[in-house]
Design a protein around this ligand. Structure first.
Ligand code: CO8
Length: 265
């Protein structure tokens, strides 16, 4: 099997209908991402991407205290220059896979989302934070720079000036502050963060899968294009969905005043 989910040590992957729930499970180190857990995340992202029965994903952290408290600082402390570069590139690749999984991935931020944890949350499609969560890029306090695209995604999500302030101070922001900045989509009571994330995922899982995939692609790829090229790309995807059964189902259901049943074809 090319993308097997057997023998995961640091992640728990569960299914609830069309929603997969991925829990980073190293609570003793506040779910810090080791090289091994990052590799499991890569395998998991690929498996979920290629499983048509999975239409939305929730990523969260084990325990009540932390989503992911960053890359594993034990590993970072002994890395070499070339090893560090490879490590950063490998992590960036995994987070790119999550960003471009082609289905909504919701970060259920149940606690600390720092450094690599904030970068993981930013790679997700949407973010729901517990009111107790703390987010930020504290790398500067370790004398390093973010390595899993934090400098890039934070600036794109909240703007250059504000991103630079948080990246340079390394301060932790509250969930409310993150909401005000547009870094998270919603803030809910801590007990509700997983149920709300699962509910949102289940709702998004009912949408037309090909259109969902193309919307995510149009936004993600479009942000790297000129406005004009982005528009042409959007128009091409618009044309492509016209070939789907789901387009016929969606438009017929509207005209027949019934609920559409999308099949992903
Ligand atoms: N890595 C390894 N262990 C960690 C990490 C981590 N990121 N975070 C917490 N832990 C461990 C602690 O060492 C501690 O272990 P032990 O019980 O053995 O002493 C345990 O988890 C519990 O943590 P604390 O006792 O510190 O818990 P507190 O409630 O006092 O504090 C904090 C919680 C504020 C979250 C604190 O643990 C903290 O500041 N953690 C580090 C946060 C951080 O700096 N994250 C960024 C890491 S760097 C990074 O992510 C770069 C990503 C890009 C890398 C690119 C590749 C090169």
């Amino acid at each position: 099997m090319p993308h097997t989910l057997d023998s995961l040590e640091h992640l728990i992957v569960e299914r609830d209908g069309a929603v997969a729930i991925v829990t980073v499970n190293r609570p003793k180190v506040l779910n810090a991402l080791s090289t091994a857990s990052l590799d499991e995340l890569r395998r998991t992202a690929l498996a979920l991407k290629h499983d048509p029965a999975v239409r939305a994903v929730v990523i969260t952290g084990a325990g009540e205290k932390s989503f992911v408290a960053g890359a594993d600082i034990n590993e970072l402390s002994v890395q070499s220059p070339t090893g560090g570069r490879e490590h950063a590139l490998r992590g960036q690749h995994v987070f790119d896979l999550i960003e471009n999984m082609g289905k909504p991935v919701i970060a259920a931020i149940n606690g600390y989302a720092l450094g690599g944890g904030c970068e993981l949350a930013m790679a997700c499609t949407l973010r729901i934070a517990a009111d107790t969560a703390k987010l930020g890029q504290p790398e500067i306090n370790l004398g390093i720079v973010p390595g899993y695209a934090g400098t890039q995604r934070l600036a794109r999500l909240i703007g250059r000036g504000r991103a630079l302030e948080w990246l340079l101070s390394g301060d932790q922001m509250t969930a409310q502050e993150a909401y005000r900045l547009g870094l998270v989509n919603r803030v809910v009571a801590a007990a509700d963060v997983l149920p709300e994330s699962r509910k949102l995922a289940a709702m998004l899982a009912t949408k037309a899968p090909i259109a969902v995939r193309y919307i995510i692609e149009a936004v993600n790829k479009g942000l790297q294009m000129s406005f004009a090229d982005g528009q042409v790309f959007e128009a091409t995807l618009f044309g492509l969905v016209a070939s789907t059964e789901d387009m016929r189902e969606g438009t017929s259901a509207f005209l027949e005043k019934r609920k559409a049943e999308f099949k992903g074809r």
